[in-house]
Design a binder for this molecule. Sequence first.
Ligand code: C5P
Length: 218
Amino acid sequence: LSSLVVAVDGTSGSGKSSTCRAVAERLGLRYLDTGAMYRAVAWWMLQHDVNIYDIQEVTAHADGPRLESGTDPRRPTITLDGVDVSAEIRSDAVNAAVSPVSTVPAVRARLVEQQREIIGDGGIVVEGRDIGSVVWPAAGLKVFLTADPDARAARRAAEAGTTDVTATQESLLNRDRIDSGRAVAPLTMADGAVHIDTTELTLEEVVDVVVGLATAPA
Ligand code: C5P
């Protein structure tokens, strides 16, 4: 397990973060939330008045902030130029900006390089949209998580403490649409990935399935 890479991709709100953190804790592995990295870049662009729909402008600022991701599953952190922005990156403004920013090749190139450095010799659970397909195709275990839009919106709204499930659903379906339709590294199920539909499963059940797959003899 010490060199295992578990790649977990899937749609927004399918339970990736909770699942990955619990799996990493159970197996004593590190944890990397690549979505938080894209969110941090998007937040930085909003702060610096970058027009996020202008590919050239976003490209020109792609190397802007110094970004660091903590890999402790009990306390994942993300810092920009040394400042913890873990809370800021969950705002509605970032929810709306992150997928457009994530379509820009220069942003992806920069973050994928950093993600590969962090993965290094493995021993890590990595969540995102393109981990099994682009970032680490050699991952020992690839999982693809999905769930019905209603279930995803209800979970996300509960996490965010909002009662507006309709707006939450629109926001995550909009991200899915952009993430699946983009030219570079679109959200797709990687070759060899195990598909788990989490709609009817509890978090514990999903975690058990993934831990079972990770520890099963090859
Ligand atoms: O995982 P999370 O919902 O926080 O990801 C936010 C957004 O970041 C996604 O909707 C997607 O646009 C982008 N993303 C990506 N590639 C990844 C992880 C996230 O493009 N590996």
